[in-house]
Design a protein around this ligand. Structure first.
Ligand code: 5GP
Ligand code: ZN
Length: 113
């Protein structure tokens, strides 16, 4: 298994874990683009949005639920935050294991990128 996020999920390499349940984990991004930058990741290895089976789609709702919970725990709920899922080359995806970014703690650009 060469997937970096699978290795973090299994504990083979360290991650600053903020949430772990049966299906979802969350850890801080190693290269934060904002004061709060957390990755919300399904335990199941799904390479990208494009690879999600219809039966996997409820995971996205669970990821969003964890993101909302973490935004509150990190104290950025009221100020606001951004959730992002990148897919593929032009989407800017660099790690081929589905993940959602939670970004906040500063004024984010009005533009999407
Ligand atoms: P993507 O560009 O695929 O949407 O996001 C991948 C994210 O994973 C990037 O923001 C990158 O900084 C982060 N990342 C890459 N390798 C590691 C790692 O080993 N540990 C952690 N915590 N984050 C990583
Ligand atoms: Zn993986």
């Amino acid at each position: 298994m060469s997937c970096i996020f699978c290795k973090i999920i299994s504990g083979e390499i360290p991650g600053e874990m903020l949430h772990q349940d049966d299906e979802i984990v969350a850890f801080r991004d190693i290269n934060p683009r904002a004061p709060i930058h957390i990755l919300i990741v399904p335990r199941k290895h799904i390479a990208a949005m494009n690879e999600m089976a219809d039966s996997d789609l409820p995971l996205l709702g669970k990821m969003a639920g964890v993101a909302k919970q973490l935004a509150k725990a990190e104290g950025i709920s009221e100020r606001g935050y951004r959730l992002v899922v990148n897919c593929g080359l032009e989407g800017g995806q660099s790690v081929p294991h589905l993940h959602m970014h939670l970004l906040g703690g500063r004024q984010l650009s009005g533009k999407m990128a």
